[in-house]
Design a protein around this ligand. Structure first.
Ligand code: 3H9
Length: 696
């Protein structure tokens, strides 16, 4: 036995405890230990039943993901579970905290399952691009029926202990210490002479054959392009027609197939990198400042969203607006957002009322912020307006309070230095709607104190956001890179592609929206304002989309005016393509003497992605993003980049940097100004290295 698995005999019960912090992952040493412990239990005549436990706060977090993609080492988890299941003496488990993936599969190999209140049970493998590979797809439908299995397995979701008991996944619910509750259960089984109850021996219950087609239709639409969710449905279907041994073999075949997909690599990359963005040398061991009361300045969509996100996570919020009418409007937006949370089951009506009565207030006077620990400004994007706000904050905020700006592109250094306390100033760039979107760019200015940065990361955690550190530049990480790929799209349109073809091609790649649909959502006034802002410093070779400026002048501002790049009609989902827009594009081409050419969807995708990766390489090289992984997380959480592609930098590594550079050099032959290879991309490609080599 290894030191990761303990065996002890208590009152005729062999207590087998898996102790592999932090999540009791079922890595090789654990498998060896568990396998030995099962053998010892079988040989131990004094042991009448076995109790499987996980040490610490959770039962078992599943297979050790870091072993994926490496050669498998015996013993295999499916074999251990098979052996446990065929034990002639009852095997029980007590689940606290979480039983996930292989962890739940171990539980399904037990004859009796006890769930402790508060535990989450689930088979999240599809989120990693694989399917359950240790019997989950075969055993779960045998105990819960096909319907419940199809609700859980392709979704990769979790359920509560109560729900697990309701659907038959667990046999009993208990409270308190899993060891105590488990021992009581095991002793009761010994006393009543309960026999082993192998799940694999059960027949799969009757089911509606239609259910499989419905599940396939649902997941093809919901997670377009992802293969493992559909493959998991095939595996569950196998359970309905095959005996357990053949079903397990079929599951393994599909599991192995999924292991080989680039999607598995992309999703596992995403799993590990999202846990790394907060690991920064500058905040390691640095205590964050205490934050329980925050101020929000500006109650527009963004400010109200930030306030909502903070309130739902237990923070006290004072929102400052310029007059009573605006304050009332902001309060109404927040109340509506909270109602939405109640409707979605995220809050109870009582919690909403308590939040509104006790934790939230509006004010029209900055002095109301004097007791707050941190203030986030979310007013109009204008440097002078921001400076006025910060002068007020500087006047009223207590010493040591954090002063944050939600600007999406303005110079945070300039804002910071307009105050008497630049080291307390930081950028907190939320993405709209701020109570929904997970990304938070933490913009660290030159003078920002490390404990202010640490405070921003701690606040993000409290608010349920994924924080990425960004440096100061126009657009920080995300919007700066977005400008580059949007410019590539505009260039393709001018050269002959239609904006609608660009959107379609980009969506076929896996993005939820194309750049022009996104433009309509954000408002054409935003893009126009950005172009105007940059006009004074623009290089004459940097041709802008004058046809988009014309749309703006026509008052076609996007969804909010019913017309933008597309036409929007009441009661219709999405926009309609508009020949008038294509006419404007054609007119611009004529004016510029451009003969349009055809683009394949593949070329559109390659150019779009090449522009993105090229600019991202600059962003990394300049230290705006600390590592390529920070770019990947920014795009996964802030821009809807298809998670199964791992992020733009992981995608680039998968395609190969040499190939990507060759594309860029070819594009440069026709437009040398726009397609200048980023030095970092060039260096990595020359050294035959990947972006991942810079992730640390
Ligand atoms: C599977 O089981 C396949 C089988 O069907 C078939 C087998 C044949 N492995 O999230 P946290 C690390 S697939 C390795 O911050 P929390 C994580 O990277 C697996 N490492 O903690 C982090 O490391 P670091 C199915 C893992 O308390 C540290 O542990 N299971 C694993 O917020 C703490 O993690 C899953 O998909 C793992 N399985 O949340 C569950 N899990 O400190 C995946 C975590 O160096 N895990 N780590 O950054 C989770 O969902 C959460 O970690 C959990 C705890 C809810 C368990």
């Amino acid at each position: 036995m290894t030191d990761k698995v303990r065996y002890e005999l208590t009152d005729g019960v062999a207590v087998i405890t898996i102790d592999n912090p932090p999540v009791n992952a079922l890595g090789h040493a654990v498998r060896v230990g568990l396998s030995d412990a099962i053998a010892r239990f079988e040989a131990d005549d004094d042991a009448k039943a076995a109790l499987i436990l996980g040490a610490g706060k959770l039962f078992l977090g599943g297979a050790d993901i870091s072993e994926f993609g490496k050669p498998t080492k015996d013993p295999w988890l499916p074999e251990i579970i098979g052996r446990m299941e065929s034990s002639p003496k009852p095997v029980v488990c007590a689940i606290q905290g979480a039983a996930l993936g292989g962890g739940l599969e171990v539980a399904l190999g037990c004859h009796y399952r006890l769930a402790i209140k508060g535990a989450k049970l689930g088979l999240p493998e599809v989120n990693l691009g694989i399917i359950p590979g240790a019997g989950g797809t075969q055993r779960m439908p045998r105990v819960t029926g096909v319907k419940a299995a199809l609700e859980v397995i392709p979704a990769g979701g979790t359920m509560s202990a109560e729900r697990a008991v309701e659907i038959g996944l667990a046999d009993r619910l208990a409270e308190g210490d899993p060891r105590e509750a488990g021992l009581t259960y095991a002793k009761e089984l010994i006393e009543t002479g309960a026999a082993p109850r192998p799940v694999g021996k059960l027949a799969c219950p009757q089911h509606d054959a239609q259910a499989f087609e419905e599940a396939r239709a649902l997941w093809s639409k919901k997670n377009r392009g992802e293969v493992s969710r559909l493959a998991s449905i095939d595996a569950v279907e196998a359970a309905t027609r095959l005996e357990i041994e053949s079903g397990l073999a079929e599951e393994r075949r599909i599991f192995n197939e999924m292991m080989e997909t680039p999607q598995r690599a992309g999703l596992i990359h995403a799993f590990f990198i999202e846990r790394k963005t907060a690991k920064l040398p500058e905040i390691e061991g640095v205590a964050p400042r205490e934050v329980s009361k925050i101020g929000v300045i500006g109650g527009g969509t963004m400010g109200a969203g930030i306030a909502t996100a903070a309130l739902t996570r237990g923070l006290d919020v004072t929102l400052v607006e310029r007059d009573d009418a605006s304050a009332e409007k902001a309060a109404a937006t927040i109340a509506k957002n909270l109602d939405g949370a109640v409707k979605r089951g995220k809050l109870s009506a009582g919690q909403r009322d308590a939040i509104l009565n006790d934790a939230f207030r509006t004010a029209t006077d900055y002095d109301a912020l004097s007791g707050t620990d941190l203030a986030i400004e979310a007013v109009f994007e204008d440097m002078e307006v921001k400076k006025q706000v910060f002068a007020e904050l500087d006047r009223v905020m207590k010493p040591g309070a954090v002063l944050a700006t939600n600007t999406s592109y303005l110079d945070v250094n300039e804002i910071a230095r307009s105050t008497s306390r630049p080291s307390d100033v930081i950028g907190l760039h939320f993405f709209g709607p701020a109570h929904v979107m997970k990304l938070l760019e933490v913009v660290v200015a030159d003078d920002t104190a490390n404990d202010v940065t640490a405070t921003a990361f701690a606040l993000a955690k409290t608010m349920g956001k994924t924080a990425v550190r960004a440096g100061v530049c126009d657009g920080f990480i995300g919007n700066r890179i977005l400008s580059a790929y949007r410019a590539a799209a505009d260039r393709m349109v001018l050269a002959g592609a239609s904006p609608y073809q660009v959107d379609r091609a980009v969506k076929a790649f896996g993005w939820p929206m194309g750049p022009y649909e996104m433009g309509d959502l954000a408002g054409l006034d935003i893009g126009y304002a950005t172009r105007q802002r940059k006009a004074a410093t623009r290089d004459p070779r940097d041709i802008g989309p004058t046809w988009a400026d014309e749309l703006y002048h026509l008052g076609r501002l996007g969804q909010k005016t019913g017309r933008g790049y597309y036409i929007y009609k009441e009661g219709q989902r999405g926009g309609q393509e508009d020949p008038e827009v294509e006419g404007l594009v054609a007119k611009t081409r004529d004016e510029q003497g451009i003969t349009p050419r055809d683009f394949s969807d593949e070329e559109i995708q390659r150019r779009y992605m090449a522009a993105m990766v090229n600019e991202a390489a600059r962003v990394v090289e300049e230290g705006i993003a600390q590592r390529p992984l920070d770019v990947d997380v920014t795009f996964l959480y802030g821009y809807g980049f298809p998670r199964w592609r791992g992020g733009p930098m992981h995608w680039a590594d998968t395609v190969g940097l040499t190939e990507l550079l060759a594309d860029i050099e070819r594009y440069a032959e026709e437009d040398a100004f726009f397609w200048q290879p980023a030095p970092l991309l060039w260096r990595l490609a020359s050294d035959n290295k990947k972006f991942a080599s810079l992730n640390g």
